[in-house]
Design a protein around this ligand. Structure first.
Ligand SMILES: Cc1cc2nc3c(=O)[nH]c(=O)nc-3n(C[C@H](O)[C@H](O)[C@H](O)COP(=O)(O)OP(=O)(O)OC[C@H]3O[C@@H](n4cnc5c(N)ncnc54)[C@H](O)[C@@H]3O)c2cc1C
Length: 298
């Protein structure tokens, strides 16, 4: 029996595992190996780790967990069932029993259906000015419009470049005034494709064939949390449709914690890692209380 099975070996899951292993909990991490930021060359905005390749960061985290006695299983968790206070975690080749579970399965970015976006995602088609804006500072930047967040991004990106264009078929009067005030150019057309040369974005192609030269494009990609395991356990959702957790990541189902992008789509790597640490401390306290009841009864 594991004390804790952590599902997902990204920043959130690894930090939860490390913290639990450091108080000598028996921990298994199950990971299917597809962290959200894998397409990016480097991780930014994580103090002391800025510029580290994502795979290198995770490999270092895995090594730290292993050094403290944590174990890993590569693969996907299919279901989690709770029976008599014990969790049955189903992998492809076995079922693992656990006293508690921490779900840190991340999310999928739903890219708009413009050809070529997926291939350049995380390189010069970007999602977040805080993660990758600094690397494209002072360059001609584009923002794909359509969501309110796009206007916000365009306004923000003007802090990084004097040349920012938002591509949007419709912009209301209020947004037009805000964009004009900050010097963001509006192109009133939808994006039909990308102009790529020598494996680099050169411009954004409109439906009439016009190419607007840009060297990076920021794209709104609605997040889809990988929360099927939590739904299967009956975890409640909040008004935004996200699985509801308390300040330590505890869901509405006793014994089930969830951290990182699966419950907080805006969490950056450092935030997901922090949530993992917080949850781990709460999980340990919960286990300890259970043990005390048994110890006092003995
Ligand atoms: C292109 C791109 C670049 C980014 N760059 C940055 C950056 O520079 N700085 C920054 O702070 N943030 C960046 N982010 C955001 C960053 O990816 C997230 O903050 C971070 O990945 C969240 O960590 P997590 O542990 O919640 O999820 P993830 O890192 O996505 O890890 C989830 C893990 O769970 C696994 N998993 C999923 N389902 C299952 C299952 N059923 N069974 C077993 N395993 C499962 C997945 O394979 C994955 O390994 C970027 C995002 C994108 C899209």
């Amino acid at each position: 029996m594991e004390d804790v099975v952590v599902i997902g070996g990204g920043a959130g899951g690894l930090n939860a595992a490390l913290t639990l292993c450091r108080v000598r909990r028996r921990v298994l991490v199950v990971d299917s190996g597809e962290p959200r930021n894998a397409p990016a060359e480097r991780v930014h905005g994580f103090v002391s780790r800025d510029g580290t390749p994502p795979a290198e960061l995770l490999a270092a985290g895995r090594a730290e967990v292993e050094r403290h006695g944590g174990r890993f299983a590569d693969g996907e968790v299919r279901t989690i069932r709770r029976r008599d206070g014990v969790f049955a975690v189903e992998l492809a080749d076995r079922v693992v029993s656990a006293r508690r579970v921490v779900v840190a399965t991340g999310l999928r970015d739903e890219l708009p259906g413009v050809p070529g976006l997926r291939e350049r995602w995380g390189r010069d088609v970007l999602h977040c000015p805080f993660c990758h804006g600094y690397e494209v500072r002072d360059q001609p930047l584009g923002v794909m419009g359509g969501l309110r967040a796009s206007v916000h991004q365009a306004l923000l990106l003007r802090q990084l470049s004097d040349d920012v264009v938002i591509f949007a078929e419709e912009v209301d009067d209020r947004d037009r005034a805000r964009l004009a005030a900050r010097g963001v150019r509006i192109v009133r057309a939808a994006i039909a494709g990308l102009d790529v040369e020598d494996d680099a974005l050169r411009g954004v192609r409109l439906a009439d064939g016009t190419v607007v030269a840009r060297s990076a494009l920021f794209v709104p990609a609605p997040p889809v949390p990988n929360d099927a395991l939590l739904a299967g356990l009956g975890c409640e959702r909040d008004g935004d449709g996200l699985v509801r957790v308390d300040g330590n990541g505890l869901t509405s189902v006793p014994g089930v914690w969830a951290v990182g992008n699966v419950v907080d789509p805006r969490a950056q790597v450092v935030v997901a890692a922090g949530a993992g640490a917080k949850a781990a401390i709460a999980v340990n306290a919960d286990l300890m209380e259970e043990e005390l009841v048994e110890e006092r009864a003995a």
